[in-house]
Design a protein around this ligand. Structure first.
Ligand SMILES: Cc1cc2nc3c(=O)[nH]c(=O)nc-3n(C[C@H](O)[C@H](O)[C@H](O)COP(=O)(O)OP(=O)(O)OC[C@H]3O[C@@H](n4cnc5c(N)ncnc54)[C@H](O)[C@@H]3O)c2cc1C
Length: 487
């Protein structure tokens, strides 16, 4: 037995360690050189003390460490080892929901808690949380939020990291730090009554430790606990769908709806994306697609507090007026499917609706942050690049998600590929050119995976140097997920 193995077993126990694990990853090509490596160990810690001990050991032996919190398979490159000797730390077993408090509308959770598990626990207490579009089965709430995955409700985002609030972070240096008011983590009811609770995200003091870990792809530290903001469960709801021929026609309507904080879930799909979400299987795709408009926006009005009926009726009337003023007409069914069924397919948390697989089989994706007014130009840019490679851009599912009360939008373009295109040089060039052309057209890769890291970091030397300085402070041994971002 190697020294590393003996010491890891000492920390987590033999039953919580796998040597040379079969580390599943279904990346559709374009992985960075060396990223086909498998980890040496997969360890499953049960608490933050064990996490801290593993970080200390990795520092002592200079071993790379990758945290994952969702259940396997880990889809693509973000959680893939790029250096030999990696230890993957799997936090998916840390599943405690430590506290749910209705008065302060907060939940305290460990990293292994999934969207479905949290939603079910909240529902029992008349609460809910805004979620991403159709998360994969076993997707961790903390991993999603730390990774800044876009959420369906822009209304409840007071900043880009909402509803993430206070965190417990074990940095690569081995130090445990509470961000925001995380030091008030207590589960004691009396403390919650007098308001000593982990409610804020920024701080403590002038430094915002949360910013060190969000979208860092596990390169700075490991979140072992978080408080998240929740909302009252709706007692009344009504969905409004608005269809249009182009995204340009839709953007004015969306700007106004989001500005007035109407609706909860607000999102937009092109025909290819929505047909894949609505189809129960691949055989229904063509029929549903033929009945859809090129673009469909959903505004799902919900309210779980006082005078719900009146509030929904007033918002519905206003949303209808805004749509009509923009030359659009709200519809009551989508592709002949009743509104309730459409909504339940869009907001499902079961991880069964594999819409991208239905739409594209194998695919690459390009996603970025932008603003609503820039999207038409950026889609045109992407289509022009596709044309030069004779790639059918009209086959691409597109999902557009207003964020942070409308100040930004997430734009996600799915590029279907065939099995023999996976390693093709031409497709790699198309992907690179499209990514770079979109960046020139204002696309911001706020979650810089794969080649986007180069695009982002090569453009801003000052920022890159500062990021390196922070890395040297918070992860001086550079053990955390080496090879990602600019590290
Ligand atoms: C739509 C989409 C497209 C993508 N395309 C690409 C691509 O083209 N190339 C590419 O390289 N990647 C891509 N990614 C990222 C990649 O899919 C994820 O990094 C990978 O799926 C990780 O598997 P997971 O979701 O099971 O991991 P998760 O466990 O959910 O982890 C996600 C990320 O968060 C970090 N993390 C997890 N838990 C913690 C924690 N407790 N504390 C701190 N950090 C944590 C992980 O290290 C990882 O980087 C894409 C992601 C999405 C959503």
């Amino acid at each position: 037995m190697s020294d590393t193995l003996v010491r890891l077993v000492h920390i987590v126990g033999k039953e919580n360690l796998v040597e040379k694990p079969d580390y599943s990853s279904s990346s559709a090509g374009f992985s960075a050189a060396g990223s086909s490596l498998s980890p040496d160990f997969l360890v499953v810690p049960k608490n933050s003390d064990q996490v801290q001990q593993i970080v200390a050991l990795a520092n002592e032996l200079s071993l790379p460490l990758i945290p994952v919190s969702s259940s396997a398979p880990h889809n693509t490159g973000g959680a893939k080892p790029q250096t030999p000797g990696t230890i993957v730390m799997d936090l998916s077993g840390m599943k405690k929901i430590l506290k749910i408090n209705r008065r302060h509308k907060l939940a305290l959770i460990e990293p292994g808690v999934t969207w479905e598990e949290l939603a079910n626990a909240l529902k029992e207490q008349g609460l809910r949380i805004t979620s991403p579009l159709l998360p994969k089965k076993g997707k961790s709430v903390i991993a999603s939020l730390v990774d800044r995955e876009p959420l369906l409700s822009p209304k409840y985002q007071w900043n880009m990291t909402e509803p993430l609030r206070s965190l417990e972070i074990i940095f690569g240096s081995g130090e445990k730090i509470y961000s925001g008011m995380g030091a008030h983590r207590g589960e004691d009811d009396a403390a919650w009554e007098d308001g000593t609770i982990p409610v804020t995200n920024a701080g403590p003091h002038q430094f915002d430790f949360m910013k060190m870990v969000t979208a860092s792809q596990g390169t700075m530290g490991i979140v072992t606990w978080a408080s998240v903001k929740v909302e009252p469960l709706e007692v009344e709801k009504k969905a409004v769908f608005v269809e249009s021929k182009s995204f340009d026609e839709m953007s004015d309507f969306l700007y106004k709806v989001v500005k007035y904080r109407f609706g909860d879930e607000v999102c937009v799909f092109n025909r290819k994306a929505l047909s894949a979400i609505l189809a129960l299987d691949g055989t229904q795709l063509t029929e549903i697609e033929s009945k859809l408009s090129p673009w469909t926006a959903l505004v799902n009005i919900k309210w779980g507090a006082l005078r719900a009926k009146e509030k929904i009726a007033a918002q519905y009337a206003d949303i209808t007026d805004i749509a009509q003023a923009s030359g659009l007409v709200p519809v009551h069914t989508v592709a002949g499917i009743p509104a309730a069924a459409v909504i339940s397919r869009i907001v499902s948390l079961e991880g069964k609706n594999l819409w991208k697989e239905k739409a594209a089989g194998l695919a690459k994706e390009i996603f970025f942050l932008s603003t609503m007014d820039r999207i038409p130009g950026q889609l045109k840019t992407a289509a022009e690049v596709a044309d030069t490679y004779s790639y059918p851009f009209s086959d691409c599912p597109i999902y557009i998600q207003p964020l942070h009360q409308g100040v930004a939008v997430h734009c996600q373009i799915v590029l279907p590929i065939s099995a023999d295109q996976v390693d093709s040089v031409e497709l790699k060039e198309l992907y690179n050119t499209m990514s770079r052309s979109l960046e020139s057209a204002g696309a911001f890769y706020s979650r810089p995976y794969g080649i986007w890291a180069d695009i982002v970091y090569e453009k801003n030397t000052q920022h890159t140097n500062l990021t390196m300085k922070m890395k040297n402070i918070f992860d001086p041994g550079h053990i955390m997920n080496p090879g990602k971002l600019c590290f």
